[in-house]
Ligand binder design. Structure first.
Ligand code: F0G
Length: 471
């Protein structure tokens, strides 16, 4: 399989060949401005050098996240107007349930206001003290919800997921040897298993159908429910179609139906591949489980036909899910990520390979070789990128990982990355070229990038609110 991938991705690939023509045209525009360098400097000072504190009107190209930042279609805007705001039994909920049944093959659907509220419902039911939830690599909010219920996590990523230069495909797969050995010894304390596809904490790398099938078989053997964190499942299905033997002629829907036939259920933040600004869901075919989960939905998110959302939001999710599974859209979507990665690679900037579905990860340590990891090169590069060109990205490194609760020291794993997350259907290739030109300029004078010190930090999730100064 690795070979097959290399055929397509051997770097340097000609980036121009990756460009795909957009399967849409622009109907409504939102102006953006590049404010002056002096204003960007002041904005950074006012933000205490934390890009989460920047006002979006001071940002020119916003690659902070691909979550809730996509552009909706005319069909979605029309669906909003048709939203049924009934407290119970809304027509918009019926629409969502029909879509989930058809696209994913799950009978029971619980809406949630976003991904983490779906996690709260799921973990409230399954997790308690003494329980451990295995997975490939959990997203931060997933881990946080497991901890919140008193549980622990156990992750079984492939070693190659941490190797930025290993261009083999499906680096998001669970390491089956270690995972099956763990289950053989500890199945009793495992209330559920979660596969995150694509794997956001591992660069958006996809998980193969073969891996999901095998993990599903193991979970059934030990009677353990298996859930897929499906925030970026359309991109994952697209990678399966493109790179896994036997799937190249299959529709995205049929791949999704097969994928979910191996598992107990799904949780989804619809803010990514659901192409909406807010929304999420849980779905399963297990009627008993659905009955247990719905009590939590009522407690946390309101009645079970709206789950914390307005009826119009449910209608937009139903429409967005269908558009998210469209092959032309997915081709364009994934080609933007690949293009950005290939162009940066061509300029000699070290990025994670192969590029995942939703973001390009730049190696902060390689970009700033003059900085020690304790000067937080990822954070330093994020700040420099904003100052140089008004581009907002996100540090995925030492700051985000936080401190080891036992030693109080920063957790360093050899990587200090900067994530350039690409919103869906929002930016043109020209704007991606602009991002490349800013990074290229910065790369040529990288020795001028100043390190960072923390001046104030909260106990948990420090990257959102910590304050910094330039060293
Ligand atoms: N699962 C994954 C894989 C995610 O990437 C996210 C969010 C969530 C769950 C939580 O969903 O935000 O709707 O509550 N990821 C965003 C990001 C925040 O920027 O990667 P949510």
């Amino acid at each position: 399989m690795g070979k097959l991938y290399d055929l397509h991705w051997q770097m340097p690939v000609d980036p121009a060949k990756l460009k795909k023509t957009a399967p849409f045209k622009v109907k409504s525009v939102e102006p953006v401005h590049l404010v002056s360098r002096a204003r960007r400097r002041t904005a950074l000072q006012r933000a205490h050098y934390n890009i989460f504190n920047l006002r979006s009107r001071d940002v020119y190209i916003d690659l902070l996240t691909d979550s809730g930042t996509g552009a909706m279609s005319q069909e979605q805007w029309a669906a909003l107007m048709m939203g049924d705001e009934a407290y119970a039994g809304s027509v918009s909920f019926d629409l969502l349930r029909e879509t989930v049944r058809d696209l994913f093959g799950f009978e029971h659907v619980l809406p949630a206001h976003q991904g983490r509220s779906a996690e709260l419902v799921l973990m409230s039911h399954f997790v308690s003290k003494g329980k451990t939830v295995p997975g490939n690599l959990h997203f931060d909010t997933t881990s946080a919800h497991i901890f919140f219920q008193g549980g622990r996590i156990r992750e079984f990523p492939q070693k190659r997921i941490f190797d930025l230069d290993d261009t083999s495909v499906f680096k998001g797969d669970i390491d089956l040897d270690r995972f099956s050995a763990y289950l053989a010894g500890h199945a009793g304390r495992v209330p559920l298993v979660i596969i995150t596809a694509t794997c956001n904490s591992g660069g958006g790398q996809p998980v193969s159908m073969a891996n999901i099938r095998e993990v599903g078989r193991l979970c059934r053997k030990y009677h353990i429910p298996l859930f897929v964190d499906s925030a970026r499942i359309m991109e994952n299905a697209y990678f399966i179609r493109t790179y896994e033997p036997g799937y190249s002629r299959r529709s995205i829907r049929s791949i999704l139906r097969e994928l979910y036939s191996h598992v107990t259920g799904m949780i989804m933040s619809a803010k990514k591949d659901g192409l909406v600004n807010i929304g999420g869901l849980i779905a399963t075919n297990d009627g008993k489980l659905y009955d247990a989960l719905k009590q939590y939905t009522i407690l946390f998110d309101g009645f079970l036909t709206y789950g914390g959302l307005a009826g119009r939001d449910l209608a937009a999710v139903a429409t967005g899910l269908r558009e998210g599974a469209d092959l032309d859209y997915l081709r364009f979507r994934v080609s933007q990520t690949a293009y950005l990665a290939a162009r940066l690679h061509q300029q000699g900037i070290r990025v994670m390979l192969p590029p995942g579905g939703h973001a390009v990860y730049v190696d902060g340590l390689a970009f700033c070789p003059h900085l020690h990891w304790q000067q937080y090169p990822g954070q330093a590069l994020t700040l420099a990128l904003y100052l140089e060109g008004g581009v907002r990205a996100c540090e995925i490194g030492t700051i985000l990982r936080g401190r080891d609760p036992r030693t109080g020291r920063d957790r360093f794993n050899g990587l200090d990355l900067v994530r350039l997350a690409i919103p869906r259907r929002v930016y043109s290739f020209d704007q991606l070229d602009y991002v490349v030109s800013v990074l290229d300029r910065l790369h040529r004078k990288s020795e001028r990038i100043r390190g960072v010190v923390i001046t104030k930090e909260p106990k948990a999730l420090r990257h959102f609110t910590a304050r910094f100064a330039l060293s």
